[in-house]
Design a protein around this ligand. Structure first.
Ligand code: ZN
Length: 151
């Protein structure tokens, strides 16, 4: 079982390396509810000490699908497809997805995903509490003078 490599860490950050995305299938975890082994999935919240989002990287082998549909109680999810192509279904709507597709799903949306291509589908899921974002991008950022150490 592959382990996430920690690159660097201090009080204000945690940096990790997941390795090449094509090797994502080497990660596995035990699902906390079903107790089943899930391959090709890695969660980042605990290792990066994130406090507002749960991010996962996921992979589906060629011609395969997530074996269940699911909903969430409080969190919306944004799926970002990085490789492969296939189908995404929310409730009664089913549509084509491919690398570059981004799908935001409300907590109550019944969602499922299928890789219908002959390559591994890799996708990222950003999970955060619905309606929790108060400030974003330029409204929350502030420029400060720092001389980069890479110079
Ligand atoms: Zn989910």
């Amino acid at each position: 079982m592959k382990k996430i490599e920690k690159i660097s860490e201090d009080a204000h950050y945690t940096a990790v390396d997941l390795g090449d995305f094509k090797d994502l299938m080497e990660y596995s975890l035990i699902h906390p509810v079903s107790q089943k082994l899930i391959e090709g999935k890695v969660f980042l919240k605990d290792i990066t000490k994130a406090s507002g989002t749960q991010i996962s990287f996921n992979s589906l082998p060629p011609q395969s699908e997530q074996p269940y549909f699911h909903i969430h109680r409080k969190n919306e999810e944004t799926y970002i497809i990085l490789s492969g192509s296939g189908f995404f279904q929310v409730d009664e709507d089913c549509f084509n997805i491919k690398a570059g597709s981004v799908i935001r799903v409300a907590p109550q949306g019944k969602r499922g995903i299928r890789n219908a291509s002959d390559e591994t589908m890799v996708y990222m899921v950003v999970q955060s509490k619905e309606n929790s974002l108060e400030e974003h991008t330029t409204a929350d950022g502030e420029r400060i003078p720092v001389i980069p150490k890479w110079r």
